[in-house]
Ligand binder design. Structure first.
Ligand SMILES: C[S@@+](CC[C@H](N)C(=O)[O-])C[C@H]1O[C@@H](n2cnc3c(N)ncnc32)[C@H](O)[C@@H]1O
Ligand SMILES: [Zn+2]
Length: 267
């Protein structure tokens, strides 16, 4: 897999624990094995992306297996295509990419996330993939690098995804549906407002090849997992004091996930 310097765009080569470009820009491999390619001008914040607490909560929740049906659907959609190189953009702590890699080990895998804490967790979880801190808005890869790009509950940067995909490459976009986690919402909000959201967006440079919606119920028997689930969602930032108090009182939660899978093919 060829990596490009985020400063000047020239190829990076690795010597021991440093990636270096011909112009002398250097990026160290962290102790956990990931590479930090986030340059100060692209950071916009001291700790961009998800916080350490959010990442730890997501890891604890995902490791509980509650979202396994989502990972299984990713594998069912992508494994038959036999991609040789896969990128997870906004990879978080690496749960989904690691499950795909287990289902199809003979490919090359890379994950990128703007949160250093997320990537650190991913690198500890999985030593076989290439983990990078960086922004999906300017991917550090040349054109035609991947057969598949994933974005799981994360951002879509169609121009960049199309650039790094090979001809006929696939982009799998995974979104929360309008009825995702209504149980959680009904605890934290006095009334549930339905926001209009485009569920199958037109993406420039792509053709929507297949779409499906997955729904499944799960039960959290433990108040910690209820809190972990909240931390993974955007409601974490919006919740009122009253909503937080109601959720803190919830010892268990049965809820339904509704997840949309949009599989695009590069035109
Ligand atoms: C809702 S989380 C989903 C994480 C993971 N895909 C999952 O489903 O478990 C969204 C992720 O996007 C990351 N993110 C936000 N802005 C980003 C950017 N510009 N480039 C790369 N990642 C970004 C966040 O740090 C966070 O880990
Ligand atoms: Zn450079």
């Amino acid at each position: 897999m060829v990596l490009l310097c985020p400063v000047c765009g020239q190829p990076l080569t690795r010597t021991e624990n440093t990636w270096r470009c011909p112009a002398g820009h250097c990026f160290d491999v962290a102790r956990q094995g990931y590479v930090n390619l986030l340059t100060v001008d692209r950071k916009h914040a001291r700790h961009p992306g998800d916080t350490k607490e959010q990442v730890a909560a997501r890891k604890a929740f995902l490791d509980g297996g509650f979202y396994r049906p989502i990972a299984d659907t990713v594998c069912r959609l992508l494994v038959p295509l036999q991609p040789k190189a896969v990128l997870d953009a906004g990879c978080g702590e690496g749960y989904y990419l690691t499950r795909l890699q287990a289902a199809q080990p003979q490919a090359a895998y890379a994950g990128i996330d703007i949160s250093k804490d997320a990537v650190r967790f991913a690198a500890v979880r999985n030593k076989q993939a290439l983990w990078l801190t960086g922004t999906a808005a300017a991917l550090p890869f040349p054109e035609d690098s991947f057969d598949a790009v994933l974005s799981m509950f994360a951002l879509t940067v169609e121009r960049e995804f199309a650039r790094v995909l090979r001809p006929q490459g696939r982009f799998l976009q995974v979104l929360a549906g309008p009825d995702h986690l209504l149980g959680l919402k009904s605890i934290i909000y006095p009334e549930i407002l339905h926001k209009e959201k485009t569920l199958h967006p037109d993406l420039c440079g792509f053709r929507l090849e297949h779409t499906e919606t997955l729904e499944f119920s799960f039960t959290l028997e433990d108040a910690n997992q209820v809190r972990n689930l909240l931390s993974m969602t955007p409601h974490f930032w919006r919740i009122s004091k009253d909503g937080a108090a109601r959720l803190a009182a919830a010892e268990r939660l049965t809820d339904t996930a509704q997840v949309i899978f949009n599989l695009y093919s590069k035109e």
